[in-house]
Ligand binder design. Structure first.
Ligand code: GLY
Ligand code: MN
Ligand code: MN
Length: 508
């Protein structure tokens, strides 16, 4: 970067020319105001091409987001709904975490901008007008585009409001005017999706109510109802969402293949090599990961959310890899395989693996429309309990073990969860349609039984201590039963060994 000289003849010509009057943005760096000469400021305002893109086609998902907005509108007639995308979060000093838009905002708009906000404004005659409030292109007249660290010259070009309108199929408006627009709108009962924009929540709380709406109830409960409704609506995926999830899974499958091919190299470094290898696959395909990769080798596999990934990868150990690519559209996979680092399971490892696999098969057999969500969990738990009783780790009868949940000392977690924009998707959905509801075509969930024998658990035989096994697949409920989206990865012990043999040098 070099400094422009401000004393050139062109500069004088520019200074004399018509430059729109606008206050010069006061740049600050590390708390210090930076001085910018009037000449430079004036020059920076001029000489820029019109880059407006006028022939943008709507995003593929725009037809789907319109239907989703219509469903939400029908659920809350006469009410104003505010769905923020969220704001940048400070990581340290003047650096921020990569921005991740709120799932409900993405679900309803297809947009991923920070500081965005979708507003449903009730129409007097029924229905809603929907508008996305966004930051417009950086202002060149006041220098914001180059003097503000969040200006476009630093962070990249944004879409103009017109471009966003064409892409999203939605009306757009300058987000800096949102608070004023809300305050000037006719009084209406208002709900806001909390947790993403505290400043906007304060604005929403101060908005006037219609004279006849004194009895609306607790605002926090009303807002929670909005959040719950959105998770209810997200439970059943549309065909576009299913395609996104399949893309996420397909890329994840390639990532697992990449890891298999470098297992031998990881032995010289650490679990980070595994994590990095998977991440490379995500990044080279333009994606990200949907959650912190769990690359857990040896006894680390018994720690459910082992994301430190700084342990050794030893020949003879099992590597539990739980990882999922998140697409650019923010749908994530969530897949686990437990792989013998040397390519072959030891007899003890295989025994544990086979039991987890049998539990997964039993669970998959009851993932079907009309079946209770709890059923596949119960099916897996029963198989695991039977095995643990048979091995003498638990005292039978199995019915008693299952009733008291004693197997959970070794199975630890539920057998699965919904999957979508969030890895643990739709967690706020009403119990009666989710945890105590029936499966429906279009739901996507994980099936992920596991067994974990802690290294210091004196209740298990020594040979089992430090072994952790999980097998996790992503499954679509179909009209007929289910489709395993991650079926391209091997599941049985034999299939895993054969798959590794094709990838791992030095095994046969
Ligand atoms: N990756 C977290 C889970 O499997 O739920
Ligand atoms: Mn997982
Ligand atoms: Mn999972």
């Amino acid at each position: 970067m070099s400094e422009h000289r401000s004393s050139s003849p062109q500069a004088e010509e520019r200074a004399a020319s018509e430059v729109p009057e606008a206050p010069v943005f006061t740049p600050r760096k590390n708390g210090q105001a930076q001085s910018v000469s009037d000449e430079l400021a004036a020059w920076m305002r001029t000489g820029w091409a019109d880059t407006e893109i006028r022939d943008l086609e709507p995003l593929e998902q725009a037809a789907y987001t319109a239907k989703r907005r219509a469903a939400l509108s029908a659920r809350f007639p006469g009410e104003r709904l505010i769905i923020p995308s969220g704001r940048l979060k400070t990581r340290s000093n003047d650096t921020e975490y990569p921005f991740r838009a709120s799932c409900d905002y993405v679900y309803l708009t297809g947009d991923q901008s920070d500081d965005g906000c979708l507003v449903f404004e009730p129409r007097p005659g029924g229905g809603h007008d929907t508008t996305v409030y966004l930051r417009p292109r950086s202002n060149r007249d006041n220098g914001e585009f180059w003097l503000d660290g969040h200006g476009e010259l630093w962070t990249g070009r944004r879409h103009s409001l017109g471009e966003s309108a064409r892409l999203l199929g939605l009306a757009t408006h300058d987000v800096r005017e949102l608070a004023d627009v809300l305050r000037a709108a006719p009084p209406a009962p208002t709900r806001i999706l909390r947790g993403h924009d505290p400043a906007l929540e304060r604005v929403a709380a101060g908005l006037p109510l219609p004279a006849d709406s004194a009895d609306l109830g607790d605002p926090a409960e009303r807002d929670e109802e909005l959040a719950v409704t959105l998770h209810d609506h997200r439970l059943v995926k549309d065909e576009w969402e299913v395609a996104q999830l399949q893309r996420a899974v397909d890329s994840t499958v390639l990532g697992f293949g990449d890891v298999a091919a470098v297992l031998h190299k990881a032995r010289a470094t650490s679990e980070r090599y595994i994590e990095g290898t998977f991440f490379l696959r995500a990044r080279v395909e333009g994606n990200d990961v949907g959650y912190g990769t769990i690359a857990a080798s040896g006894p680390n596999a018994t720690t459910l959310h082992w994301t430190r990934n700084d342990g050794p990868v030893r020949a003879g150990d099992l590597l539990l890899l739980d990882a999922g690519v998140e697409t650019t559209t923010l749908y994530t996979a969530d897949v686990t395989r437990t792989l013998p680092v040397s390519g072959r399971f030891t007899p003890v490892q295989r025994r544990v693996y086979d039991l987890v696999h049998a539990a997964q098969e039993a669970a998959l057999a009851v993932v079907a429309p009309g079946r209770p969500f709890t059923e596949y969990h119960e099916a897996a738990q029963r198989v695991l309990a039977e095995g643990l009783v048979e091995w003498g780790l638990l005292e039978g009868p199995v019915d008693r073990v299952v009733e008291l949940g004693l197997q959970r000392r070794y199975t630890l977690h539920g057998t699965g969860h919904m999957l979508g924009l969030d890895v643990h998707d739709c967690a706020k959905a009403r119990t009666e349609v989710h945890l105590h509801g029936d499966l429906q075509p279009g739901m996507v969930l994980t099936v992920e039984p596991g067994l974990y024998f802690q290294p210091d658990d004196l209740t298990v035989p020594e040979e089992l201590r430090g072994i952790g096994v999980r097998i996790e697949d992503d499954v679509l409920v179909t009209a007929e039963g289910n489709r395993v989206l991650s079926s391209a990865l091997p599941r049985s012990a034999d299939a895993v060994e054969a798959w590794l043999a094709e990838r791992l040098p030095g095994t046969d």
